[in-house]
Design a protein around this ligand. Structure first.
Ligand code: SF4
Length: 343
């Protein structure tokens, strides 16, 4: 099977105790059954502690629950006691793989890094053309057993990425064009004749509802909550900076390559774009607020934190998807009007 990697993938190295927002912070750690079987056999204090800390969570997964915001095995030197005690080869799959994400399409596999890891985020923001060699869409379409549906989605994804990176337009308008293009794609997937969008009786909505929704989400960090509150109180005076959009374009591309092809199973290409609009408005306004204050949280951390707080939360993703499905304010037309209304 063909395995595809973006340019930055193989440059990644975990920086362990130098990491400013470790994956051992804030998250419960999933323990797969093979790893658990081994942990049941470990002797001594470490083995006893592993067995004591292994619990079943609300989703019926076996996990080490976070304690005071930390994995119980993340020691005061910010190193992992399991790694030190029994070796890297006995880390759970989650710990061993993060931030590497493998997406399997049966006929090929795509491999990317998660933006929730600061070191991976740094690499992705540094890379000029991260996905230029990420599998040629035509070549992938010809992969053995690649059906017409997947082949169509690969071409639509490529066009979406081209629109998003067309520097002749401001980013908000590129995003609006992407929504319009994908509304047509969605019609084709639904077996409907693509129609021009109709803005009759649509006034657009103030973006406040997106900020409020993010404040209603499950939030891990108090700093994130406070920052969102400040943006909500001040968003009418904030303007998304041009230099922010240069970085956000890379974050948006990451979302496209991470989520667009979920349509293979869901039949929906718009979710990925609706998520990008939310991320753009929330992080863009937060960046603008932080720029006025000398960046108490650097821009990379705002994007990385969005990934950790929203993208990687099962609960928040469910809430987003439900809103996209049921709330007219997230319609393509309304989001286009909203994007066109911002400076
Ligand atoms: S978040 Fe990334 S760099 Fe930080 S500890 Fe985890 S894998 Fe390493």
């Amino acid at each position: 099977m063909m395995n595809i990697y973006p340019e930055y993938y193989k440059k990644f190295r975990c920086i362990a105790n130098l990491c400013e927002d470790s994956c051992c912070k804030d998250w419960d750690i999933d323990i797969d059954s093979e790893t658990e079987r081994f942990y049941q056999t470990v002797k001594g204090e470490l083995g006893d502690k592993m067995r004591k800390k292994l619990v079943t969570d609300e989703y019926d997964e076996r996990v080490f629950k976070v304690e005071n915001g930390r994995c119980p095995f993340w020691n005061k030197d910010m190193l992992c006691d399991i790694y030190i005690g029994i070796g890297e080869e006995h880390l759970s799959q989650t710990c061993a793989n993060f931030p590497r994400v493998k997406i399997d399409f049966d006929v090929f596999q795509e491999n990317i890094l998660s933006f929730a890891c600061p070191e991976a985020a740094r690499l992705m923001l540094k890379e000029k053309d991260a996905y230029s060699h990420f599998g040629d869409e035509d070549e992938l379409s010809e992969a053995e057993n690649c059906d017409d549906y997947l082949s169509f989605l690969l071409k639509a994804r490529k066009r979406t990425a081209e629109i998003l990176t067309d520097g002749s337009l401001p980013f908000n308008l590129r995003l609006a064009d992407c929504l319009e293009f994908n509304a047509q794609v969605q019609s084709i997937l639904n077996d409907e004749e693509p129609q021009p969008l109709s803005f009759e009786n649509k006034n657009g909505s103030d973006l406040e509802f997106i900020l409020k929704m993010h404040l209603d989400f499950e939030i891990m960090s108090e700093l994130w909550r406070e920052s969102l509150e400040k943006v909500l109180n001040n968003y009418k005076k904030l303007v998304i900076r041009d230099d922010f959009t240069v970085d956000f374009e890379k974050f948006a591309l990451y979302y496209v390559y991470r989520y667009y092809l979920e349509a293979v199973r869901s039949g929906d290409v718009l979710y990925a774009l609706q998520r990008i609009v939310c991320a753009y408005l929330v992080t863009g306004l937060m960046d603008s607020d932080f720029a006025d204050k000398g960046y108490p949280l650097p821009r990379m951390r705002v994007l990385q934190r969005y990934s950790k707080e929203v993208e990687h939360s099962y609960e928040n993703t469910e809430k987003l998807n439900a809103a996209f499905e049921n709330d007219e304010r997230f319609s393509v037309e309304n989001l286009i009007l909203l994007l066109e209304s911002i400076e």
